[in-house]
Design a protein around this ligand. Structure first.
Ligand code: NAG
Ligand code: NAG
Ligand code: NAG
Ligand code: NAG
Ligand code: NAG
Length: 402
């Protein structure tokens, strides 16, 4: 790891991105190619200089035709989550009535961060966030920044608001904002990064990074387009072999803890006029229950509550969570909190090591496997004290694996 002094940054509060550091005068930002309405700033810890803006991405996909009326009110919304969680319920299956080809050009809100002392690195980490977060997850706060740690190791990080979330385009939340289209957008961003279309830098190594739902996106993209990724990093992610284990993650309790509230009612300032298919976690208690274990910094929980992203019905209804082994041959790391409530029923080392079992099942052909279990952490790993050591371990794993 190289060390250098982070740029002294000026912190300002903005309505949508809670804390953004403005580039101090004299410091050069990255090339802005590919971005519309770009702004330059430093990462939270000051180890990177970043450009943020909109990137138009052309994408086509075969989405699902979902037969679901947008819920009229919160009562109907909560009832739908109960149906989704009920054993034997055919709700999810019945809702999918066919396929639907979709295509368009979508403005994706994105950030490219490069080391402050090297504006054109060769390795980029393309990071996809989970629900209910947004791109900010990857550069959340000082000491809670994947981008800073990647920069300390000389690498770029590219992260974006998934379709329908944050400042990215927000098309129909049931028919358009679905996993198949999201996976195509992710793949197209990977192609753009390698071709030099973003930041005018032809990255030669691209690491696909995900958290939670973003790890599902990354895994599906790597199944369909293995050549797009040189390595994979899946955080908040488990998938066990159904043939050899009867243990399953109970997502029911996680959904309940989530307490999905209609976004426009819960956050009227951010979601005024947005249709009822878009939801947010109701309150900080739900964020703690679903994502954190003590100890954590209460200011970080407050920041998560103030910047929470949305999810919409098209996402859970268009996703299959069962995978078959991938033929991916690059290095793969899986990182989980030891007490992840969403994926391991609150204990990722009992009754088996879920992280290692996931690697063994899904990535038998990986050049190198790395399993890391972060201490005293829930599903929202980057919001826990264990985040920085986990990301430091990851960088060293990749450096040993190439
Ligand atoms: C870029 O910013 C200008 C000025 O604020 C605005 O009019 C325009 O709509 C923005 N472009 C996009 C694609 O949002
Ligand atoms: C919610 O909407 C349903 C119609 O979908 C209606 O039957 C019900 O009375 C509404 N509930 C409330 C509390 O408004
Ligand atoms: C949808 O796209 C698929 C794949 O490109 C194609 O095979 C299929 O015919 C298309 N369906 C319709 C209804 O256009
Ligand atoms: C991996 O390769 C095998 C053999 O070619 C193939 O049967 C299998 O479908 C592939 N798996 C995936 C997930 O693509
Ligand atoms: C998980 O279970 C093991 C075995 O009972 C126990 O030692 C460990 O403390 C548990 N972890 C958590 C996070 O509770």
């Amino acid at each position: 790891m190289r060390s250098f002094t982070p740029a002294t940054a000026v912190m300002v509060l903005s309505a949508t991105h809670a804390v953004q550091a403005i580039l101090p005068s004299g410091l050069q930002g990255p090339d802005q190619s590919g971005f519309i309405n770009a702004t330059v700033h430093t990462s939270n810890g000051g180890f990177s200089v970043c450009v943020s803006g909109l990137i138009p991405v052309q994408a086509s996909a075969t989405n699902y035709k979902i037969n679901l009326d947008v819920p009229k009110n919160q009562t109907d919304t909560t009832e739908l989550w109960l149906k989704l969680s009920t054993p034997g319920s055919t709700f999810a299956r019945d809702a999918v009535t066919g396929t639907n080809n979709v295509s368009g050009t979508f403005n994706m809100a994105a950030t490219l961060c490069v080391p402050a002392d090297n504006l054109a690195p060769k390795e980029v980490h393309l990071a996809t966030h989970g629900s209910p977060y947004n791109a900010q997850y990857w550069d959340f706060a000082p000491d809670y920044s994947y981008a800073d740690i990647a920069a300390m190791h000389g690498h770029a990080t590219f992260f974006y608001d998934r379709l329908g979330i944050g400042k990215s385009d927000r098309p129909d939340g049931t028919q358009i904002v679905q996993s198949p289209l999201g996976v195509e957008i992710l793949h197209n961003l990977a192609v753009m990064l390698k071709s030099g279309a973003i930041g005018n830098n032809r990255f030669t190594k691209l690491v696909g990074v995900g958290h939670s739902f973003g790890s599902l996106f990354t895994t599906v993209a790597a199944t369909k387009y293995p050549e797009a990724f040189d390595a994979l990093v899946l955080t908040g992610f488990t998938s066990l072999d159904p043939a050899t284990t009867t243990v399953t993650a109970s997502t029911t309790a996680f959904f309940a803890a989530f307490n999905a509230a209609i976004a426009s009612q819960n956050e009227p300032l951010s979601y005024d006029g947005v249709d009822n298919s878009f939801m947010v976690v109701d309150n900080p208690i739900g964020l703690q229950h679903a994502f954190l274990r003590t100890p954590f910094d209460p200011a970080i929980l407050n920041l998560a509550a103030a910047t929470k992203g949305s999810l919409s019905w098209g996402e859970p209804l268009s996703f299959t969570t069962s995978f078959t082994p991938l033929n991916f041959t690059g290095p793969v790391a899986v990182i989980n909190g030891d007490a992840d409530f969403a994926l391991c029923n609150g204990n990722c080392t009992y009754p088996l090591d879920w992280t290692t079992a996931t690697l063994d099942y899904l990535f038998p052909k990986a050049a190198k496997q790395g399993a890391y279990v972060a201490p005293r952490s829930g599903h929202g790993l980057n919001l826990q004290y264990a985040a920085a050591p986990a990301f430091e371990w990851l960088q060293q794993f990749l450096e040993r694996s190439w």
